[in-house]
Write a protein that binds this ligand. Structure first.
Ligand code: ZN
Ligand code: ZN
Length: 326
């Protein structure tokens, strides 16, 4: 299966945990947590549609100012999702600056404060100096906080001695192209395949697209191509869990959204001899993170947010998780 989402751990295992996800065939990206973002190019930040903040400890939130600096002239809105208190924290960041010259700027920032049963949605805009334009409370039905045509993002509220969100990005279904049939029909792979995927994902079965073929261009309806060339399978699942204490309730909540996850990014702040400290600070040890990964049935696992005290002992982290270091 050719993946549709390309996740990248921006800062390696050490330092602030950030996962940047490119959604292929769309000029769109998502990001999980926003600590130090020096590892991201401005063009990557400009593609961001939404940033998901687990909690507002500094190492997960300090990069927001730099993101804002880069997207300030953009007309696409930015969505910020976060736990209880994110609205006040985000507005405090925005209101720390002077905005007397931004009346013509089209940027809107929409803050989604995720609570157990509701989401508080607050819209602000550069044009008004990021004053609150509107605010509404939406009921939450199930774990989803985002429902897009191609994907959804689920969130659970985990315990880090404060509310800390854990996230799973799920591709709704995956469009697999049968290369054997493309060859058999005499078609030539090209941009039209991306267009075909787009039409299938947006439900435009009646659309006609121009297909490159050995005998010249052919016009074919999407539903015909889909029957002939496409196999649908369940999509990719990517989980981001950081800054959580090791307790049954946290594990149960993670399991509720991340069973059989394809790629798991999980915090491993301490080695196992610091278990007491981990519990005191609401963090995981490498052994505990490994146990969670096995309980979730994770297919690939990446440790992150390893304490800098282990900068020369990262191999031990992998060993205690019982994973092979790549
Ligand atoms: Zn924290
Ligand atoms: Zn942290």
């Amino acid at each position: 299966m050719r993946p549709s989402f390309l996740p990248r751990l921006v800062n390696s295992e050490l330092y602030d945990p950030i996962v940047y996800v490119r959604i292929l065939n769309e000029k769109k990206s998502l990001m999980f947590d926003c600590g130090r973002i020096e590892g991201l190019a401005a063009r990557e930040i400009l593609c961001l549609d939404a940033i998901f903040i687990s909690h507002t400890h500094m190492d997960h939130f300090i990069g927001i100012d730099q993101v804002l600096r880069i997207i300030l002239h953009r007309d696409k809105p930015m969505h910020i999702y976060g736990p209880e208190g994110i609205t006040a924290k985000m507005l405090a960041k925005l209101h720390a600056y002077t905005w007397n010259l931004t009346q013509d700027y089209p940027l809107d920032i929409i803050i989604h404060e995720v609570q157990a049963r509701t989401t508080l949605v607050t819209r602000t805009s550069a044009a008004t100096g990021f004053e609150v334009i509107s605010q509404e409370t939406l009921e939450r039905e199930g774990p989803a906080v985002v429902q897009a045509p191609r994907y959804r993002v689920d969130a659970v509220i985990l315990d880090h001695h404060i509310a800390c969100l854990g996230f799973v990005l799920k591709e709704i279904f995956h469009v697999n192209i049968r290369r054997d049939m493309i060859k058999r029909r005499g078609y030539i792979p090209g941009r039209w395949i991306g267009r075909l995927k787009e039409c299938i994902l947006s439900g435009d079965a009646g659309e006609i697209i121009e297909v490159d073929a050995a005998a010249g261009t052919r016009q074919v309806r999407v539903c015909e191509l889909a029957d002939d060339l496409v196999i649908m399978t369940s999509g990719q699942k990517i989980a981001f869990f950081t800054d959580i204490g090791f307790c049954e309730e946290n594990v149960r909540l993670m399991e509720s959204i991340a069973g059989e996850v394809d790629i798991l990014f999980i915090e491993t702040y301490y080695l196992d001899d610091m278990q007491d400290q981990a519990s005191l600070k609401g963090h995981l040890t490498a052994r505990q993170a490994g146990m969670i990964a096995r309980r979730l049935g994770a297919k690939r696992v990446f440790p992150m947010h390893v304490s800098p005290r282990y900068h020369d002992r990262v191999s031990e982290i992998w060993r205690q998780m019982e994973l092979d270091e790549p």
